[in-house]
Write a protein that binds this ligand. Structure first.
Ligand code: AHM
Ligand code: MG
Length: 339
């Protein structure tokens, strides 16, 4: 392992990119990395421990929470609390934001364990985080969290998969670190990640096809048509775990779509915890992220648990899907759902 750069070393080295930084952001990223290692340990032994199953609570979206969701939520909040580098944390698992240290200048939004319905079948799950500079002078409040995605100073995800990786950006490219369990450190394994400009993978829950907008249906048909010059038909890959689906598409090239459906008229995924951080990362890797029409990062944020449709991945593929959306028209919700 000698010669590898650890996450800690990398963060300290990159602090020089921000001449006015006093090290708080570096320490915040370090705190997240520490909690990620603890969550990784528990996720890895989930099959051995009596930790599976539902905790019995229902989260704010009305979904049943599993024990590891609760554990991950507690670990990240506790690491951020003891680090003291953020004023508030907003977590997908909690209805309201949680005050941490009113002296601190950063705000953290986190989805502690995304895709947790996959845990009991040994499929990769992830953590998604996003960091903002607070806008309030004191008395951190909701407006500190309800900032546009463009205001993020850092975002990242951890994928607990066949190996565990932490991928993050501070707005100067994207770097990936793989956890070496023998030394317990994240080591730089994927420097300066770039998503291919186009690809051959489309990721969408096709079981919902009948409920999709016309433009999405037509784009899916486009992906399935044979055309040698554009390498179609494309490959369909859908894990049902956003971090894992996007991580694969980031490395290999592809598009991930979670559109509005007749059952979820605003989409399913959360703007603050899932769409904005992933959009920041994918844009920084040279990709594109929109809601089918508008850039995700520029969308107004009005609620903590707001949802948004998302089209994200390789630039050319996302643009092509947007063209189908535009072509299908967007008059009313019923118009876009009708095939
Ligand atoms: P969660 O935050 O409750 O885990 O839900 C988010 C997950 C994403 O990881 C994934 O992309 C999506 O839900 C899958 O949803 P569906 O099963 O409707 O395809
Ligand atoms: Mg989630």
């Amino acid at each position: 392992m000698l010669g590898f750069q650890t996450l800690g070393q990398f963060i300290i080295e990159k602090q020089a990119d921000f001449p006015y930084a006093k090290g708080e952001l570096s320490r915040l990223l370090r705190d997240i990395g520490i909690a990620a290692k603890i969550v990784n340990r528990e996720v890895n032994k989930a099959g051995l421990m009596d930790i599976l199953g539902h905790a019995g609570n229902i989260n704010v979206q009305g979904e049943s929470q599993q024990k590891l969701d609760v554990f991950a939520d507690e670990q990240f909040i506790s690491a951020l609390r003891s680090g003291g580098e953020c004023c508030i944390v907003a977590s997908e698992e909690n209805e309201d934001f949680i005050p941490i240290n009113d002296e601190a200048k950063y705000v953290v939004a986190i989805d502690p364990l995304d895709g947790s319905s996959n845990i009991d079948v040994n499929v990769a799950v992830g953590t998604i985080f996003s960091i903002y500079r607070r806008v309030s002078a004191h008395g951190a409040c909701l407006s500190d969290v309800l900032q546009k995605g463009t205001e993020q100073v850092a975002a990242g995800y951890i994928i607990y998969g066949s190996s565990t990786m932490l991928v993050y950006t501070t707005g100067k490219g994207v770097n990936g670190f793989t956890l070496d369990p023998s030394i317990g450190e994240f080591c730089l394994s994927h420097p300066d990640l770039q998503i291919p400009k186009t690809g051959t993978i489309y990721s969408v829950n096709e079981g919902n096809y009948v409920h999709f907008p016309k433009g999405v249906k037509q784009y899916i048909k486009y992906c399935q048509v044979e055309d040698v010059s554009t390498n179609r038909p494309y490959t369909s890959r859908y894990i049902g775990s956003m971090v894992a689906d996007l991580h694969r598409n980031l490395i290999k090239g592809g598009i991930f779509v979670y559109p509005v459906t007749s059952a979820a008229p605003n989409g399913k995924l959360r703007l603050v915890y899932e769409c904005n951080p992933m959009a920041f990362i994918i844009e920084q890797a040279g990709g594109r992220a929109t809601n089918g029409w508008d850039r995700i990062l520029a969308l107004p944020v009005t609620e903590l648990h707001q949802r948004s449709p998302i089209f994200i991945g390789s630039e050319a593929m996302v643009k092509r899907a947007e063209a189908f959306m535009a072509e299908a028209g967007t008059l009313t919700f019923n118009d876009i759902i009708t095939a």
